[in-house]
Design a protein around this ligand. Structure first.
Ligand code: ANZ
Length: 808
């Protein structure tokens, strides 16, 4: 027997598979038979594939290979999220142009992925930094614009001083840049935005349509942050004046039921009322207010939310009128109210809100309880909603809170001073970046500064080469001569291009559409292919993308749906996460701890089969787990044993047939549920049994074993398959069937009842007939005790479950 040499063996099969185009996607498919299976696209970094990638790709690949073997048409693709900050930062550090370093990284990634035996169709590969890809990224920008969903606005945006760029809210973690950890500051800048907020309601509701981890659905919903309540108008006036008042103050509240308890108002420092009152000369302490507003401007939103002490300044000279009781109540400006949420103004109900309570305590303002219920005391705010009942609230008195909310909204609407309202935490998505390594925004400006979309025939607007890509805070493209000259050539003298580039999250919001038709030059993908392959059936990726990429992709899909390009409005029907692979010391793999295990080294020393199987054997896919070198060697020995095993019987023994049927059932179920670790233990158990009695194992059963193992260990199974003189590739075989009867347990324990009460249990065959079971039951002394003087009148029998003797 040939010695197991993983290097030779794996290289050989990689070449054969490539030459025979083994993983080519079927030309045509049907909605019932298609399986679009996708691992999240990687960012090709200079340091190569890491364990997280390898884990996700392997899991996806096992699933895909299984689907092929049960006869599905599988599309599995990997491409590159190859624009963006990391490539640029790497380029800045090493002084290699991002175009060069990115292509190198891509080549490296591709060969590393191939060495893991991942069965993707490389004809479908694409990368977001390639002009034939970003032509369509630019087309999507235009689509957003045409749909009224792209706009330019001067706004305070998140700014990272280190990376010298704007960041989306999703790219800020705890007030810091997610890439480099620098404290993010707010900066007023003209930016491009997508109106993702217009889709907030649908993005929230349609999560009902998908099969994602419950925790991720919740996190995305929390991020969208839908709040249901009411907007209420308060009149603002000079105290005691009869006139209708100066202005109106509109607040958003989730608790309109507590209106009778609103004893003061608070507005955000940025609220427009302040300037209006100053203009109208109505503010008595304009200077003091101005100072406070200025100071608040130095704080980040996070600081404002987290600060313990509530500060504020009363607006002297004006009051607000509570519409339910005409009470004149003071108005404060305070920075615990945020400008960007709701209306930037609140009615404060100190008796039932923590922050308002603290503020009222500091400024000695009245606290009026309007909800009563269990646990209410006078020395702290009473927060309960469920179970509370209204007091001190006129027409609401005695009503439970939910009913009071509805009644109050009805009253406000009747009076024309308020309405039911939903508010969202989600903000519009800022998509322009002052960086080089991204897709140019397809906009030109005429000599008068008016903006025009670049015509479709002139796409892509290509990234120029005559640019110093180092960041300065201004867009590097501003200084490219060729970039702007090409606009003048196309449109006329004095025309210039937009110099900002697009956020890379825009590139990755639609890549799964491109994968199905990556070489199409007429459309981002043909309608025919969209209709037959989309949506993605199975998507694997990291949980860190829930509030960014996954939300943006859903948004893009809905926009395409609304514009009539596709007939579905959710991109990823089933989504699963992989956990984190930690270092052997249990810490996160990092250069800093010197605990990085490189997948490529594992492939070199042990082989792709071992790397794959060990990654899956470590534990449940979605859990975090630590690397263990000894266990890798154990898996490697298993692969070797598969390679070396020789069946010795003409016909397998019954025992072996039963073991195989059980293995088949277990593996088939585990693959679907992604419980690869338990499937692998079962393979190990069965090979032990085989080795102990190889003279009882026939080639037929052994080949079934090999087929079942093929998705996990594609190389060694192909080798064994070819050695046993069978035709074609093991990866083209159909998943073996098994006989259910073989694995039914020989007997089941059945309860025997007398008049409905369990009196004994007996062991019977699961499909035994009624008479056999009854005779057996009647032999039991325990049962006889209850039958003494009576006879069996009727028998209720559910095979495998119960026997009930009705006596009387
Ligand atoms: C009166 C009230 C009474 C409130 C009560 C709460 C409890 P969520 O659920 O997070 O949406 N609020 C509204 N706009 C705000 C802003 N810009 N900055 C800070 N706070 C703001 O919270 C909605 C509640 O947060 C609103 O309901 C409002 O306070 C406050 F017993 O109004 B409430």
């Amino acid at each position: 027997m040939a010695k197991y040499n993983h290097q030779e063996l794996e290289q050989k099969w990689n070449k054969v598979w490539e030459d025979t185009e083994l993983y080519k996607t079927p030309e045509k498919t049907t909605p019932e038979n298609k399986k679009y299976i996708l691992p999240q696209l990687p960012y090709p970094s200079g340091s190569g594939l890491h364990m997280g990638h390898s884990e996700g790709y392997t899991a996806c690949d096992i699933y895909a290979r299984y689907q092929r073997m049960i006869g599905k048409d599988v599309l599995q693709v990997i491409g590159w999220d190859s624009f963006g900050l990391p490539a640029e930062n790497y380029a800045i550090k090493t002084n290699v142009h991002p175009r060069v370093s990115t292509e190198n990284a891509v080549d490296n990634f591709r060969s590393q992925i191939k060495a893991l035996g991942i069965s993707v169709d490389w004809d479908h590969e694409t990368g977001s930094h390639r002009p034939d890809y970003y032509k369509w990224t630019q087309w999507f920008f235009k689509l957003m614009y045409k749909q009224g969903l792209a706009y330019r606005k001067k706004q305070a945006v998140n700014w990272c001083e280190n990376d010298k760029t704007v960041l989306a809210n999703e790219q800020v973690e705890d007030g810091k840049c997610e890439r480099c950890g620098t404290e993010v500051v707010q900066k007023e800048m003209e930016q491009w935005f997508f109106k993702i907020t217009e889709y907030a309601d649908r993005l929230y509701d349609d999560l009902d349509k998908v099969d994602w981890p419950a925790e991720s659905v919740k996190r995305q919903r929390d991020w969208i942050g839908r709040s249901e309540g009411a907007e209420v108008k308060f009149q603002v006036r000079i105290p005691g004046s009869e006139a209708d008042g100066l202005d109106e103050l509109v607040v958003f509240t989730t608790r309109p039921d507590t209106l009778f308890g609103a004893t003061f108002m608070v507005i955000a420092p940025e609220h427009e009322l302040i300037n209006q009152l100053i203009d109208q000369d109505a503010l008595e302490n304009a200077e003091e207010v101005g100072d406070y507003v200025q100071k608040a401007g130095f704080k980040t939103e996070l600081e404002r939310q987290q600060q313990k002490e509530k500060t504020g300044v009363r607006l002297h000279g004006v009051v607000a009128v509570n519409p339910v009781n005409d009470a004149e109540i003071p108005i404060f400006v305070a920075d615990y109210v945020l400008a960007g949420y709701g209306t930037g103004a609140i009615m404060a109900v100190p008796a039932h809100d923590e922050r308002d309570w603290e503020f009222a305590s500091t400024y000695s303002l009245p606290k009026v309880f309007v909800v009563d219920g269990e646990g209410k005391t006078e020395d702290k705010p009473y927060i309960a909603k469920e179970g509370g009942e209204m007091i001190n609230s006129d027409f609401l008195n005695g009503k439970p809170v939910p009913e009071a909310i509805t009644a109050m909204i009805a009253w406000l609407e009747e009076q024309g001073i308020g309405e039911k309202k939903k508010t969202f935490r989600l903000r519009d998505w800022s998509i322009s970046r002052q960086r080089f390594w991204g897709a140019p925004i397809p906009i030109v400006y005429d000599p008068d500064g008016n903006m025009h979309m670049v015509d479709d025939e002139l796409l892509p607007v290509e990234l120029p080469t005559d640019v110093d890509f180092k960041p300065t805070g201004e867009s590097p493209l501003n200084y490219s001569k060729s970039f702007h000259e090409s606009a003048a050539k196309e449109y006329g003298k004095g025309w210039r291009r937009e110099s900002d580039t697009l956020d890379t999250f825009m590139c990755s919001s639609w890549y799964f559409f491109r994968y199905i038709d990556p070489h199409n030059n007429e459309a981002f993908a043909s309608r025919e292919k969209l209709d037959s392959w989309m949506p993605v059936d199975f998507y694997i990726g990291g949980p860190e993308h829930v509030n960014g990429h996954l939300l943006y992709s859903r948004f893009f899909t809905k926009v395409l749906f609304d514009a009539g390009y596709i007939n579905f409005d959710e991109p990823f029907m089933v989504h699963r996460h992989q956990g984190i692979v930690k270092g052997p010391d249990g810490r996160k793999m990092s250069k800093r701890w010197g605990n990085v295990v490189n997948p490529t080294d594992v492939v070199a020393s042990y082989g792709g089969d071992t790397a794959r199987m060990y990654l899956m054997f470590m534990g449940p896919l979605e859990q975090d787990k630590a690397w263990n070198d000894n266990a890798v060697q154990g898996v490697r020995r298993f692969v070797q044993r598969v390679h070396d095993f020789e069946p010795g019987a003409d016909v397998s023994s019954q025992e072996i047939k039963v073991a195989m049927a059980k293995l088949n059932k277990k593996v088939s179920e585990d693959v679907i549920d992604l419980r690869f670790n338990t499937a692998i233990s079962e393979f190990m158990k069965v090979i032990n049994q085989f080795e102990e009695s190889s003279d009882k194992v026939a080639v037929a059963e052994w080949l079934d074993y090999i087929k079942l193992l093929a998705p996990f260990a594609p190389y060694v199974t192909e080798e064994v398959w070819s050695k046993l003189g069978t035709e074609g590739s093991v990866h083209k075989q159909l998943w073996p069937d098994f006989d259910e009867k073989l694995i039914q347990d020989a007997t089941v324990t059945m309860a025997v009842q007398v008049n409905g009460k369990v009196r004994d249990t007996i062991e019977v065959a699961p499909d035994a007939d009624e008479n056999t079971v009854k005779d057996l039951a009647l032999k039991s002394d325990k049962i006889q005790k209850y039958l003494e003087e009576s006879e069996v009148k009727r028998v209720i029998y559910v095979p495998g479950k119960i026997l009930n003797l009705i006596v009387g």
